[in-house]
Design a protein around this ligand. Structure first.
Ligand code: MN
Length: 233
């Protein structure tokens, strides 16, 4: 064990998400994302939206930009930066093999976020059967609005989720359209690994994903949580 050793150098503090109406923040441990969780988006990506088990991918925890008003520098190595508006849930506790009926008791709160994707890199990875990481896990790829604390009974599970670019609506879905509910997503993910406090989950995007360019202003909204404004620089 190396528990008595001091770090040889310092690294950045962990990412966090501001909690609305509070001076607290949600400390982020890991970022998990659900692949396809709305039928119409699965269809637009060329796959069958049958209720096969959800699949997951990760972003680095320091990929987060968080707050009510954010800016994102257009990332390198892409000419196809896509938005995916999603409900993001944050866990205050965890464990393995969590029962669906108990899953929402592990949730601290929720926010609206955008799973930014270098779609050209992701598409090449799919074609060549290589990992998605460089398409999904770049700096600033997880932009998240302020979080609201919810208990298991009050967590938003229905209501609109929308995204507009330059005041033009591009994505609109309803949280009740998720193929796998937030509770089912948490339960399934906890069969792969032990979930921990501070883990967050992007729960999937409705149809209408598309590209943005430098200078675009985006507004992401989901029922029950504060809106998120983003400027692409
Ligand atoms: Mn996504």
């Amino acid at each position: 064990m190396t528990g008595t050793r001091k770090p040889a150098f310092s690294i950045a503090e962990r990412s966090s998400i501001p909690i609305a109406g509070s001076n607290l923040c949600f400390p982020v441990n890991r970022i998990f994302c659900v692949g396809r969780n709305y039928a119409a988006h699965a269809r637009e990506m060329g796959t069958d939206p049958d209720r096969e088990p959800p699949f997951f991918f990760c972003k680095p925890a320091d990929a987060i930009i968080a707050g009510a008003e954010c800016s994102l520098a257009y990332p390198p190595r892409t000419e196809e930066l896509h938005f995916e508006v999603e409900l993001v849930v944050g866990l205050k506790s965890g464990g393995a093999d969590i029962a669906t009926g108990n899953a929402l008791n592990h949730v601290y709160g929720a926010a609206v976020g955008i799973d930014f994707t270098r779609r050209d890199i992701q598409a090449a990875a799919k074609t060549t059967r290589r990992p998605w990481d460089m398409g999904k896990g770049f700096d600033g790829s997880a932009v998240i609005g302020e979080m609201v604390e919810f208990d298991a009974a009050s967590l938003p599970q229905a209501g609109p989720i929308t995204l507009s670019v330059n005041n033009e609506e591009r994505q609109r879905g309803d949280l009740s359209d998720m193929i796998w509910s937030t509770a089912e997503v948490i339960a399934e993910l906890s069969t792969y690994l032990s979930l921990r406090p501070g883990d967050i989950i992007f729960t999937g995007t409705p149809e209408g994903v598309g590209p943005v360019s430098a200078g675009d202003r985006m507004l992401a909204q989901a029922a029950g949580v504060p809106p998120l404004s983003i400027l692409i620089e």
